[in-house]
Design a binder for this molecule. Structure first.
Ligand code: ATP
Ligand code: MG
Ligand code: MG
Length: 379
């Protein structure tokens, strides 16, 4: 019996455990809190990610370790590698945890990025805003997620406000200034690389964010083959440069037919949740197959799929459950403002059927604004 250890017990760990059950896998989750949502399906070790006794207990009980939480300290991941195989490797994790290291690697690999600069002081911020121009975004280098730790600078007059909001973080987690990309679309590549180097990617996904948080995803993205091939080539180059093993996401902005890389996530990703019902093999199962050295599953998709995120509290499930291609995911979390508590995936054989299902869901749940951009794209 193989036991997979997962650092972090959120919904990603939970969906990973669910997808691994048919493979006969056991799971053990490490989280800082005892009521993490994956704990409903897998035993847990509760402890700090830097707590060596918790890490030692975890390592002793698992055959391989992986992540649900991308901000596990890279030193902890490194410590674990002496005791148990860890995928993705700690170097890949460390690179993806730091926006400066990540963007530097993108550029080294020939993957275009928006202009960026490391910021340590208010004077550097002022100079970088003048150099990069406005609008631009000041971000924490580390620990940001769901658009947290970001300040949008619309004009040079906003420098003081930006420094007031994030300046104290400069010494703790570092800051980076990025040019604001007036993109027409946001896309993500969800891809997997095996222990033997085999690379596979799912069809490209288009994503819509509201206030920096993912709201909806559509696959396949309606883009031409050349753009898709470029996006997949970027993802492949990145995975090879990092000797990456497992599933990852590469977030891209598409502006006037050009792709600019935003960030990578060294784990299964919210914009890949549609693969559970929308593709031959889900991102969760392929991640497990990759880290265990098993054959990777086919990533081809079945029809068209749209994922809708539920933030704050779960809506009424009935309208989705009534749809032929409707799939419901309730993470079993307590409601909290802005918190990701669940999602739905709608799958259909044609674009038109998917648009019709989304229209019915948007009307029934009074979420017309959430489905509107996807319906417009399905045109
Ligand atoms: P997550 O990890 O949850 O995807 P995050 O906190 O790491 O989010 P980003 O992905 O950097 O944050 O930013 C969140 C969203 O804000 C992006 O998906 C995009 O919509 C917008 N955004 C971020 N950076 C830029 C940029 N340079 N230009 C334009 N929009 C941006
Ligand atoms: Mg991120
Ligand atoms: Mg992002």
């Amino acid at each position: 019996m193989t036991t997979v250890g997962i650092l972090g017990g959120g919904q990603l760990a939970r969906m990973m455990a669910l997808s691994g059950a048919p493979l006969g896998l056991r799971f053990l989750v490490l989280d800082t809190v005892g009521d993490a949502c994956a704990g409903q399906f897998a035993p847990m070790v509760v402890g700090d990610y830097t707590d060596q006794s918790a890490l030692a207990e975890f390592a002793a009980r698992v055959d391989v370790a992986t992540f649900d939480f991308e901000n596990v300290p890279a030193e902890s991941a490194q410590w674990l590698t002496a005791r148990v195989p860890v995928f993705p490797n700690p170097r890949a994790l460390a690179t993806a945890q730091d926006r400066l290291a990540e963007k530097t690697l993108f550029r080294e690999q020939g993957i275009p990025v928006p202009p960026f600069a490391a910021i340590d002081t208010r004077e550097q911020l002022q100079a970088a805003v003048a150099e990069i121009g406005t609008p631009c975004i000041l971000k924490t280098r580390r620990l940001g997620y769901d658009g947290k730790g970001q300040f949008r600078i619309k004009s040079p007059d906003d420098v003081d406000a930006a420094w007031g909001a994030l300046g104290a973080q400069a010494a703790k987690v570092g800051l980076i200034l990025e040019g604001f990309v007036a993109f027409q679309r946001e896309l993500s590549v969800i891809a997997v690389r095996g222990r033997d180097g085999e690379f596979r990617a799912w069809p490209l996904t288009e994503n819509w964010h509201v206030d920096g948080v993912l709201s909806a995803s559509l696959a396949p993205a309606q883009v031409d083959d050349a753009l898709r091939d470029t996006a997949l080539a970027h993802a492949r180059r990145l995975a090879e440069a990092l000797d990456y093993v497992g599933v990852f996401a590469l977030e891209l902005f598409c502006r006037d037919g050009e792709l600019l890389a935003n960030e990578m996530a060294p784990r299964v990703h919210n914009s890949g949740h549609w693969t559970i019902e929308g593709s031959e093999t889900s991102q969760f199962q392929n991640h497990l197959r990759a880290v265990l050295g098993m054959p990777l599953g086919d990533t081809r998709m079945v029809g068209h799929a749209c994922m809708l995120n539920w933030l704050g509290e779960m809506p009424d499930p009935e309208p989705v459950l009534r749809e032929a291609g409707g799939h419901w995911h309730d993470y079993g979390k307590a409601p909290r403002e802005g918190r990701k508590v669940g999602h739905a995936t709608l799958r259909a054989d044609s674009r038109q059927e998917l648009a019709e299902a989304l229209r019915r869901i948007g009307d029934a749940l009074d979420r017309r604004a959430q489905v509107a951009p996807v319906i417009e794209r399905l045109g």
